[in-house]
Design a protein around this ligand. Structure first.
Ligand SMILES: *[C@@H]1O[C@H](CO)[C@@H](O)[C@H](O)[C@H]1NC(C)=O
Ligand SMILES: *[C@@H]1O[C@H](CO)[C@@H](O)[C@H](O)[C@H]1NC(C)=O
Ligand SMILES: *[C@@H]1O[C@H](CO)[C@@H](O)[C@H](O)[C@H]1NC(C)=O
Ligand SMILES: *[C@@H]1O[C@H](CO)[C@@H](O)[C@H](O)[C@H]1NC(C)=O
Ligand SMILES: *[C@@H]1O[C@H](CO)[C@@H](O)[C@H](O)[C@H]1NC(C)=O
Ligand SMILES: *[C@@H]1O[C@H](CO)[C@@H](O)[C@H](O)[C@H]1NC(C)=O
Ligand SMILES: *[C@@H]1O[C@H](CO)[C@@H](O)[C@H](O)[C@H]1NC(C)=O
Ligand SMILES: *[C@@H]1O[C@H](CO)[C@@H](O)[C@H](O)[C@H]1NC(C)=O
Ligand SMILES: *[C@@H]1O[C@H](CO)[C@@H](O)[C@H](O)[C@H]1NC(C)=O
Ligand SMILES: *[C@@H]1O[C@H](CO)[C@@H](O)[C@H](O)[C@H]1NC(C)=O
Ligand SMILES: *[C@@H]1O[C@H](CO)[C@@H](O)[C@H](O)[C@H]1NC(C)=O
Ligand SMILES: *[C@@H]1O[C@H](CO)[C@@H](O)[C@H](O)[C@H]1NC(C)=O
Length: 697
């Protein structure tokens, strides 16, 4: 019997000290110290809405790492195929659903080209490349010696240096917290003789590849787009026009530098320091229409140092026993570097794409079902301002969500899946049949209410929760033979690996539906408003959890879920009912622990990736198995490279930030605890200090 064994390892041997951690020295302990470029993983500066990826020179000299933003997007021209030339020509696909035709946003085989256009457009663009220009010489990274690069996490500053032909070159790179600006200071004798300068270059948008990695954009389609340079005494601006997209790069510099177009056949510009100047400092600000008053390199550097130290000082922090325990040290490294990378890549005005602002996956779009995994850590770590940047996505997308539901004959608001900033969800068979994104707003609302139990929190979320709960209640189908409400078919569960036409009542989705409807009902109660009766009816009469041989299974009636390899792999979503979610009222804990044992012995974890391991850790923590929780966060398929990039196991073509964010959510729960927990859950013997965490549910 698993239960007693698990409970016997409950380990609460930690030390709790509030507000006492020397955060600065702990953060700086994990500053990056590098000596070569990495084509997979750039070093980055950024502000959540904007990131600049750099190679060993602190710029994009040898490797065209990307400059991505939350606002830079492009549409390719519409197809010219007859009857597929406009968005309104796309009609989706009708599937019979409980005796009526429901129209799903799926690729329509008869409308292949416009379906694909809607998937691939708009796509996120690489705003430009900034690199060192060696006076026209072809210099490779191998020609540099004494390469050294330090990323100071506490101040958000990259300091790079190397020697070229015996002469030292130093480069400092920093991003503004307020504008989409990269500020650079270069110091070298080579500047004086024009053997060193800076190039700016601009690519065309790609839009051809779902994954545009590691480098985004097309550099040789120079005739498909234009750039024009406008100079003034202290700077210049370059207007880049790609079809209907245009934006401005404003460059300002100190002293007497000058910029000119390199040649008319490319979009390359060269910035040169004035004669006799051994220092060149400049800022480059990217925006749709231009900004003003960015300031000098020093001002941006100061602003960044202030912002980053505030970031590290605010909200929660955890200190693991790094001196005495190499596992703790590695976990601490992952935590600190993830905190840095998520502020750069996962804190924009919209939810982040899976590859953050490193490169493009899914054309640069973001996934609404992933919002929990990308953003919940901000709540557990009490960094509400960071969460607040994008969490209004639910209210911003309410009109499109309401029309999506209405179009399908449901009430309320059906949240989309793979989205662009307008809230349009890309066609996709899986996209249109996933449902686990629906209760996320209830989870976020409840976390916020626990931190801020005020009427303004209630008002802020009321319209979203009402509309989403209305959809959830109307989506559940009353089965007249079993007298329960069913979820699906058709649907895809979290793991996306079943035949949607026979997938009914998946365990996780049942629990999440009940959780969401319950929160929505409480929300009404707190406001002394009536609870729509159907919410309660559905909540109380959802189908029972599917059980086979005394364990919960993926969905009702699934055959051989533990021996069919395609089913016992990927996201082990059903474990989410205890750990990720608080205990469901219908949960049978002994059935659950038997299920957990079954997953441990049957699952192909090599196939799992990203947030699966934090999910497993959260479940292990909730059953008190601290050793196992930690080992999930350090396992071989949950890998972070030397720069802290979430590289996963073998399957990840680009960094996958749900892994970083999920890590912080799991660590947040393990340190901050949850309702009914007695404190932190860390292995016996680990001296852990945690401060400022919000408690989980
Ligand atoms: C670069 O750093 C790596 C790892 O820190 C080290 O093994 C290697 O010797 C260094 N290379 C040079 C040329 O310093
Ligand atoms: C791309 O086209 C869509 C549909 O016309 C439009 O809503 C969106 O604003 C466009 N985006 C860009 C960046 O042009
Ligand atoms: C385009 O639509 C018209 C009218 O519905 C139809 O007659 C025609 O066959 C269609 N053309 C193609 C190429 O599908
Ligand atoms: C599910 O049903 C739809 C039509 O209702 C069909 O087009 C589709 O191929 C089916 N999918 C599978 C996997 O059977
Ligand atoms: C630099 O290399 C490119 C491609 O290898 C070549 O076309 C160009 O002529 C070289 N330029 C110089 C100045 O050597
Ligand atoms: C480095 O020095 C060599 C020999 O003096 C010269 O040929 C080469 O052009 C120099 N390289 C650069 C980038 O200045
Ligand atoms: C641009 O480069 C790509 C990939 O290297 C190549 O396939 C394509 O033919 C090139 N296009 C032009 C116009 O040179
Ligand atoms: C550039 O424009 C030409 C002509 O319209 C087109 O054929 C080509 O596909 C475009 N290149 C890219 C990379 O979109
Ligand atoms: C580029 O084009 C402009 C005007 O079209 C011309 O004045 C200039 O001389 C050209 N520059 C080069 C380097 O060809
Ligand atoms: C009612 O539930 C049973 C058992 O889950 C299922 O086989 C049947 O298809 C459902 N009926 C309808 C109309 O969906
Ligand atoms: C939980 O399930 C077990 C069978 O696995 C059963 O014996 C027990 O009665 C159930 N507990 C409750 C409270 O239903
Ligand atoms: C487990 O998943 C890995 C990665 O996809 C795969 O290579 C391996 O064959 C799978 N093992 C089994 C037993 O299915």
């Amino acid at each position: 019997m698993l239960l007693p064994r698990i409970w016997s390892t409950v380990a609460l041997f930690f030390t709790l000290v509030q507000g006492n951690i020397d955060r600065e020295s702990l953060v700086r302990q994990f500053n990056l110290n590098l000596n070569h470029s990495d084509s997979y993983s750039p070093v980055q500066v950024g502000n959540g809405n904007f990131a600049f990826g750099a190679d060993i020179t602190g710029l994009q000299t040898f490797l065209p790492h990307n400059t991505l933003s939350s606002w830079g997007w492009h549409n390719s021209s519409l197809p010219t195929t007859p009857n597929q030339t406009s968005i309104s020509d796309y009609t989706g696909v009708d599937w019979l659903t409980h005796d009526r035709l429901v129209n799903y946003e799926q690729p329509n085989p008869a409308e292949k080209d416009i379906s694909q256009w809607l998937i691939a457009n708009p796509h996120r663009i690489n705003l430009g490349r900034i690199g060192l220009w060696f006076g026209g010489h072809n210099v490779t990274e191998d020609a540099l010696s004494h390469k050294e690069q330090i990323v100071d996490l506490w101040e958000g500053l990259i300091s790079s240096s190397f020697t070229l032909n015996g002469t030292k070159v130093e480069v400092q790179t920093v991003a503004s917290p307020d504008t989409d600006t990269v500020a650079v200071e270069i110091t070298s004798e080579l500047l004086k003789s024009n053997q060193l300068g800076v190039f700016f270059d601009f690519p065309y948008a790609s839009g051809q590849n779902k994954f545009d990695a590691p480098f985004v954009g097309v550099w040789n389609a120079t005739e498909n787009h234009t750039t024009t340079l406008d100079t003034n005494p202290d700077g210049a601006s370059i207007l880049h026009t790609l079809d209907a997209t245009s934006y401005v790069t404003e460059i300002t510099w100190d002293g007497t530098a000058s910029i000119e177009r390199h040649d008319n056949a490319t979009h390359r510009y060269i910035l040169s320091a004035g004669k006799r100047h051994g220092t060149l400092s400049f800022t480059a600000t990217f925006s749709l229409t231009g900004t003003q008053g960015v300031g000098t390199f020093e001002e941006v550097e100061d602003d960044a140092a202030d912002w980053w130290s505030d970031y590290w000082e605010s909200g929660a922090f955890v200190s693991l026993p790094t001196a005495s325990n190499s596992f703790a040290k590695e976990l601490q490294r992952r935590i600190i570097l993830s905190q840095y990378l998520l502020a750069v890549n996962g804190a924009g005005k919209d939810p982040p794409q899976e590859s953050g602002l490193v490169n493009n996956g899914w054309y640069g779009k973001f996934h609404m079902e992933m919002v929990f995994w990308h953003l919940s850590h901000w709540a557990f770590w009490n960094k509400w301002d960071m969460l607040g940047r994008s969490i209004d996505v639910y209210s911003r997308f309410l009109p499109t969500s309401i029309s999506r539901a209405a179009h399908q004959g449901y009430s309320g608001a059906r949240i989309g899946k793979m989205s662009d900033p307008t809230g349009r969800s890309a066609p996709g068979e899986i996209n249109s049949l996933l449902i686990w994104q629906q209760p996320h707003p209830m989870y976020f609302a409840e976390l916020e209410y626990r931190a801020f139990p005020t009427s303004s929190t209630l008002q802020k979320w009321d319209a979203v929760l009402t509309a989403v709960a209305d959809f959830m209640a109307s989506y559940a189908f009353y089965n007249t033979s079993t007298h329960v409400y069913d979820l699906g078919p058709p649907l895809y569960p979290v793991s996306e690996n079943t035949n949607p036409n026979i997938t009914i009542n998946p365990t996780f989705e049942l629990a999440y539906w009940r959780f969401g409807l319950n929160i929505a009902a409480q929300w009404k109660q707190r406001q002394h408003k009536p609870i729509p009766p159907l919410w309660r009816t559905v909540h109380d009469n959802l189908a029972p959890f599917p059980i086979q041989n005394d364990v919960y299974v993926l969905y009702a009636g699934v055959s051989d879920p533990w021996t069919t390899s395609a089913l016992a792999e990927d996201h082990p979503g059903l474990l989410g009912i205890y750990g990720w979610l608080p205990p469901d009222p219908r949960l049978n804990l002994s059935t659950f622990t038997a299920t957990l044992d079954k997953v441990y012995t049957s699952w192909n974890f090599t196939y799992s990736y990203g947030w699966d391991f934090p999910l497993l850790a959260m479940t292990a923590a909730r059953v008190g198995d601290a050793e196992r929780a930690v080992s999930w966060l350090l396992g071989p398929d949950f890998a972070f490279d030397g720069l802290g990039m979430p590289v996963g196991g073998a399957r990840v073509a680009t960094p996958y930030f749900p892994a970083s964010a999920g890590l912080l959510t799991a660590v947040g729960m393990m340190t901050g605890g949850w309702d009914g927990s007695e404190g932190m859950v860390w292995p016996e013997g680990w001296v852990v200090e945690g401060e400022g965490f919000a408690r989980g549910m």
